[in-house]
Design a binder for this molecule. Structure first.
Ligand SMILES: Nc1ncnc2c1ncn2[C@@H]1O[C@H](COP(=O)(O)OP(=O)(O)O)[C@@H](O)[C@H]1O
Ligand SMILES: CC(C)(COP(=O)(O)O)[C@@H](O)C(=O)NCCC(=O)O
Ligand SMILES: [K+]
Length: 249
């Protein structure tokens, strides 16, 4: 394992809105940034021993990445949802149906607590994961993320029109734009509140982890006790790669 710990790995998280990249030397995960095309990885690939990709986005992106890694002869691993990871048991009926970003966030969060926990990822979708004190993943919720809520309103009504905005406040709106802004934030905050209620049915005071690109939009309005861990998916990827490298070494 000492060989694995001294090497440099790259992690790629392909979401439905954007692709995030991080690097790790086996101990610390460092987020490098977001990219639009696989070629933009090039400056970060020097000295990289292996790349792990987790994708819930477009397959085209993966084909481009495969070609690039093939050209550079860098091993590329694809993260997949498993029936279990260490002591974490996946109770999804068909784990292959589950988004791999969700599973990796669960694996990442499990490194940070021994108790029951809930994960909320405020990305394109807001997905919520429930894990009990035996670290059994019980399943979760998938709801539209804040930007998707705006798009659903603009696309599914005749008269609600406006922009996806950066406004942060819950005061009753006196224009269509303000009403939509406050309403979408209230809906996202409501998911958090209900996740806390549901989580406390599973255990007393489960840790509530939050992450995702939209979390900063609601952060100042959150009254529930949460632990903000923006890099949960990458933490999960680090553990995951350690496991598969252990199997293949
Ligand atoms: N530069 C950006 N590009 C895309 N989305 C962004 C950006 N900055 C903030 N966001 C917000 O973050 C959300 C995406 O969060 P993220 O966690 O990256 O999602 P995903 O994993 O689904 O791609 C978007 O819905 C958007 O509202
Ligand atoms: C729920 C998701 C859309 C979240 O994607 P994201 O917001 O991170 O882009 C993704 O994990 C997914 O496509 N899941 C497949 C269905 C499932 O998890 O059951
Ligand atoms: K998400």
């Amino acid at each position: 394992m000492s060989e694995v710990h001294s090497s440099k790995w790259l992690y790629i998280d392909v979401g439905n809105s954007r692709t995030k990249v991080a690097a790790s030397d086996g101990t610390v995960v460092r987020v490098l940034g977001c990219i639009d095309t696989p070629e933009e990885l090039t400056p970060w690939l020097e000295g990289v021993e292996a790349v792990l990709v987790a994708s819930v986005g477009h397959d085209d992106w993966l084909s481009g990445l495969q070609r690039l890694m093939g050209r550079l002869a860098i091993p590329l691993f694809h993260a997949e949802v498993q029936e279990s990871f260490g002591s974490i048991k996946n109770c999804y009926d068909n784990p292959l149906q589950m988004g791999v970003d969700r599973w990796l966030a669960v694996i990442g969060a499990a490194q940070l607590t021994d108790t029951a926990f809930v994960v909320l990822d405020f990305g394109t979708a807001i997905n919520v994961e429930f894990v009990d004190s035996q670290h059994h993943y019980l399943g979760g919720w998938i709801t539209p993320g804040i930007s998707l809520m705006y798009k659903a309103l603009f696309g599914g009504t005749s008269k609600v029109r406006g922009n996806i905005s950066e406004h942060a406040g819950l005061a009753p709106g006196t224009t269509t734009q303000k009403a939509v802004d406050a309403g979408c934030l209230a809906a996202a905050l409501g998911v958090l509140e209900q996740a806390s209620v549901q989580g406390s049915k599973m255990a007393v005071n489960p840790t509530i982890f939050v992450c995702g690109g939209d979390y900063p939009r609601i952060q100042s309005l959150v009254r529930t006790k949460v632990q903000h861990e923006p890099d949960l998916v990458f933490l999960g990827m680090q553990k995951y790669l350690e496991q598969i490298r252990g199997q293949t070494d």
